[in-house]
Design a binder for this molecule. Structure first.
Ligand code: AMP
Ligand code: MG
Length: 473
């Protein structure tokens, strides 16, 4: 399922940012001290001892259509490394030149999407959301041809693995009968070893992937994150967020929000993410039929039972994070109504998703004006507040404590779209990394309010034009 491949060395590489703390976790801190070696390795010029770079094959459903031959067209897996916790991590270059899977593409990346992935994936990590990480971003010194010529870049990505739903689809469709079993056994061993010992390991493996992915999508929903291109080749088995292309955070709450310029029908809109979760996992289930039971009908029955649990499992995760967002730690069966009523009001008044939860906690400790302003002082919101405060009082915890528990789960600083664009514009077109580095620094402490960073809290003013994002190709 992979082919040997090599990077095309960049003509005059420059290291724009390096993740020292991640390097330490990966036992690479000595490397971190040697900048010129970092540049050699993470631009693809030097191959580390023991590394045999490979490009992985995978298939995938893209916007619902099956493509049997995708694969790492602009990515190169340098190898695996054991981190300080004893966990195995993949280190991969993205944008280091053509591979056997590049088809008509150049195998390269523009610098903007490289920096975007760096910033947003690291922000997701800080927010506690399972994700691939960013180790380095290189400016290659050559331009890549897109709609216009753009400066090129190489991103170094670290992941628990790069096994995707699309990897299973590739193995299933291949003529090699044992490939799917080998892949499943490898994945079980690498990600869910506890499922190896149960009666039906492949079914248990499937249930474990469903659980991780349901938790992941609930996490996304709880911070207003829209992945933007949930094709099956962009969904990991490990449950990490992968492939930061057209992703973005929602400002005004509108469940139908879509940012991606190519998602014309809103297939991957905010509200559709939980539905696509099940759709994608159904594609994974199909590939496991031969492993789950020798009787095909029995296999389908068993897998369907697990598929039917995804929605309730997802809803539990979602409800649990939404409860924490509004300061509730006990469970009451009416909580779901309370949360839905709030979301409906947020939709009506196009309330900023992130600020809403921060201002709610302020309301508990004296500042009621900020939140009321967001809802245009509507009496319907006052009524909701009365119900909410009654419910909060059942927690028997002081309002101050509840407010601080809310502030610990509701970020104040997210990668605001206009701030991301500003930072990328300066880095790519003005050779100025300062706005990027400042934003990156602010996003490292998303929960603690700092007065001088006030402008980083807010969405863009009077945005009449829909924010559009593009795949990083
Ligand atoms: P993505 O949009 O990142 O999910 O990529 C979808 C597919 O297109 C994957 O197989 C990529 O490897 C491939 N691809 C994207 N960009 C390029 C490129 N510049 N050159 C070659 N292949 C690419
Ligand atoms: Mg992809």
């Amino acid at each position: 399922m992979c082919k040997k491949s090599y990077a095309t060395p960049a003509p005059s590489p420059e290291l724009l940012i390096f993740n020292n703390s991640l390097a330490e976790e990966l036992n690479l801190s000595s490397l971190a001290k040697d900048r010129s070696r970092c540049i050699e390795i993470f631009s693809g010029s030097e191959i580390l001892q023991g590394s045999q770079p490979i490009a992985q094959a995978y298939a995938g459903h893209q916007f619902g259509h099956f493509n049997p031959t995708l694969g790492d067209g602009r990515a190169l897996l340098l190898g695996e490394i054991v981190n300080t916790n004893g966990e195995l991590k993949d280190i991969q270059l993205k944008g280091s030149g053509p591979t056997p899977f590049s088809r008509r593409g150049d195998g390269k990346s523009a610098l903007g999407p490289v920096l975007r992935e760096y910033l947003i994936s690291e922000s997701m990590y800080v927010l506690g959301i399972p994700t691939t990480r960013a180790l380095a971003a290189i400016k290659t010194g050559e331009n890549v041809q897109r709609e216009q010529e753009l400066p090129g870049g190489v991103m170094t990505r670290v992941a628990s693995s790069h096994i995707r739903v699309g990897s299973f689809e590739y193995a299933y469709k291949s003529k090699n009968q044992s490939l799917i079993r080998d892949l499943a056994d490898y994945s079980i061993n690498r990600h869910f070893p506890e499922t190896a010992a149960v009666e039906n390991p492949y079914l248990a493996f499937f249930a474990a992937v469903c659980n991780e992915q349901a938790s992941l999508v609930a996490n996304w929903m709880s911070i207003g994150f829209i992945h933007g291109v949930m094709n099956t080749d962009n969904m990991t088995i490990s449950g990490e967020t992968i492939d930061y292309g057209p992703c973005a955070f929602m400002d005004a709450y509108d469940p139908s929000t879509v940012f991606s310029s190519i998602d014309n029908n809103g297939r991957y809109s905010y509200e559709n993410q939980p539905k696509i979760l099940t759709w994608n996992l159904t594609r994974l289930a199909e590939t496991l039929i031969p492993l789950v039971h020798k009787d095909q009908n029995e296999a389908i029955k068993l897998l369907t039972e697990v598929l039917q649990l995804i929605r309730p499992v997802y809803t539990n995760y979602w409800l649990s994070s939404m409860r924490s967002k509004i300061g509730l730690s006990k469970e009451d069966q009416d909580d779901i109504n309370l949360i839905s009523q709030l979301l409906n009001l947020m939709k009506t008044y196009k309330v900023d998703f992130t600020l809403c939860f921060r201002y709610l906690s302020k309301a508990l400790v004296g500042d009621i004006k900020s939140i009321k302003n967001l809802f245009k002082n509507d009496i319907a919101f006052d009524n909701w507040m009365t119900l909410w405060k009654e419910r909060v009082s059942q927690e028997s915890i002081s309002d101050e404590k509840i407010a601080s528990s809310m502030n610990a789960v509701n970020p104040l600083y997210i990668p605001r779209n206009h701030k991301v664009e500003e930072a990328l514009e300066a880095a790519v077109f003005e050779n100025n990394m300062k706005p990027f580095l400042k934003l990156h620094d602010i996003l490292k402490n998303p929960y603690n309010e700092v007065k001088e960073f006030h402008e980083y809290e807010k969405p863009v003013k009077n945005s009449s034009v829909r924010y559009k994002t593009f795949c990083g190709t």
